[in-house]
Design a binder for this molecule. Structure first.
Ligand code: IFM
Length: 477
């Protein structure tokens, strides 16, 4: 550890700050055929040969469906005061439409009650990528009807849990659903159609707007409705106009395509122009933008690493080192004239460069874009190749350093005037990292995938201490 980190003044947080951890249903629950649940697009995708590392699936995952009490107790022992989890849509509405399955809702009710009994504030994400397969069979997110189905589902969950859960997130990282799911195809449903990915983006936006009003129509007014965006911090290799234009294009495709309509009620003109060879946007109907532009109570920011681009010397299609998995198809429609570069610096096991300044930049950007809107870091964390010592303990000083750096960046942003109310570490425990399977460990809690035994890593103890004291403990020596 550097001397400056040792001797730096303590980093302290406001007393009401939320210290949470985040997970998502398909990544942790398992029990995929229990209590009426039907396949989601991730069940289908992960069971399709060649789609995930070693053909791994979320069939068992970390068996949270059966071990949720143990997992809540773990969080409480560590001292966390908030937990963000997602609902499996096909557990609640197996065909993606029509009446709810009570057993599915009951599971989440039990989980919420367990959290509340331990003094942990639940934050629900309604959609973390696991569309019911029947809705994909009917066209998926490129189809407008999927947005209406989402609103119906949002209403059902809001009615069931709105009396006991105050924090609600409509969508998690719609960029991944649209562009990795329908563009590059590295995520479910694995389609590779640039025009469909932009249609999907619009219907995800519409789903957010319709879902937010459906939630508000059935929930107490005190509840907060938000969305979690994986907004990119886009940097360019130079200030050359061609590189700046490349940066603008990626910023529009990563950020403006969602925050434009959600926060400002409009798609950026530069986005419409840049994608005009891919789509004519004729599926954006009158009043859609008004519907999407719902007042939000908070904004969730998910941050891992910045994105570095330049103008491409020649047109590039296919695989690029943009950190979003290998595919012959680009997740960036209309951006074949942009080149992606590896940001210099130390990297995590995902190959993602560690740069806490990006988190500060992101928070300050949204402080300007959406003045007065409370912000939460709804995901931030790192994968490392963690292994237990012979004594069974798991030491992960790199993750502690990562958390220290990023939480310090959050604190700097608060000092600089940002209204950041909480931080959710990704992730509570090791889990199914989508197309990477179980090979990438993001957890603060280690999971032995043979026995499913949970062991808090040293980062979990470090983070728990931060949560209990409101102050970052020193780095491990
Ligand atoms: O595991 C994912 C999560 O589901 C969404 N955000 C990024 C995480 C790490 O890749």
């Amino acid at each position: 550890m550097s001397e400056s980190a040792q001797s730096a003044p303590p980093v302290t947080f406001p007393p009401a700050f939320l210290w949470g951890a985040a997970t998502s249903a398909y990544q942790i629950e398992g029990a995929v055929r229990e209590d009426g649940r039907t396949p989601s697009i991730w069940d289908t995708f992960s069971h399709t040969p060649g789609r995930t590392a070693d053909g791994e699936t979320g069939d068992i995952a970390v068996d949270h469906y059966h071990r949720y009490r143990e997992d809540v107790a773990l969080m409480a022992d560590l001292g966390l005061n908030a937990y963000r989890f997602s609902i499996s849509w096909s557990r609640v509405q197996p065909t993606g439409r029509g009446p709810a399955v009570q057993r599915g809702l009951d599971f989440y009710r039990r989980l919420v009650d367990e959290l509340l009994a331990h003094g942990i504030r639940p934050a629900i994400t309604l959609y973390h990528w696991d569309l019911p397969q029947e809705l994909e069979d009917a066209g998926g997110w490129p189809e407008r009807d999927t947005a209406y189905r989402f609103a119906e589902y949002a209403r059902i969950v809001g009615e069931a849990l709105g009396d006991r859960v105050e924090q609600w997130i409509t969508l998690n990282e719609p960029w991944c659903s649209a562009f990795l799911g329908y563009g590059s195809g590295v995520h479910a449903p694995g389609r590779t159609d640039a025009a469909a990915s932009l249609r999907a983006a619009h219907h995800l936006n519409l789903a957010h707007g319709l879902g937010a009003s459906a939630l508000r129509s059935v929930m107490p007014a005190r509840n907060a409705v938000a969305v979690s965006l994986n907004s990119s911090v886009v940097r360019t290799v130079s200030q050359d106009p061609a590189d700046l234009a490349a940066g603008q294009k990626i910023d529009d495709l990563a950020n403006g395509v969602f925050h434009g309509p959600m926060l400002h009620g409009t798609y950026p003109e530069t986005l419409l122009a840049a994608t005009s060879s891919v789509t004519d946007w004729s599926y954006v109907r009158d009043r859609d933008l008004e519907t999407i532009h719902q007042p939000l109570d908070a904004l969730g920011l998910n941050y891992y690493t910045p994105t570095l681009v330049s103008a491409a010397e020649e047109q590039v299609s296919g695989p690029r080192p943009d950190g979003h998995g290998a595919s012959a198809h680009s997740p960036w429609p209309g951006a074949d004239d942009v080149a992606f570069h590896q940001t210099p610096g130390e990297r995590t096991e995902m190959g993602w460069t560690i740069d806490p300044t990006g988190l500060h930049e992101l928070i300050m950007r949204y402080t300007r874009e959406a003045p007065g809107l409370p912000l939460y870091v709804t995901e931030n964390g790192a994968a490392y190749d963690d292994k237990p010592d012979p004594d069974g303990r798991v030491h992960d000083p790199e993750r502690i350093a990562y958390l220290h750096g990023h939480l310090s960046a959050v604190r700097r942003a608060i000092t600089d005037g940002a209204d950041v109310r909480g931080y959710f570490l990704w992730s509570l425990m090791d889990n199914f990292e989508w197309a990477y399977g179980y090979g990438k460990r993001f957890g603060a809690v280690y999971v032995d995938y043979t026995t499913l035994e949970r062991t808090p890593k040293s980062s979990a103890h470090w983070y728990g201490r931060a949560a209990r004291t409101g102050e970052l403990p020193p780095l491990e020596g």
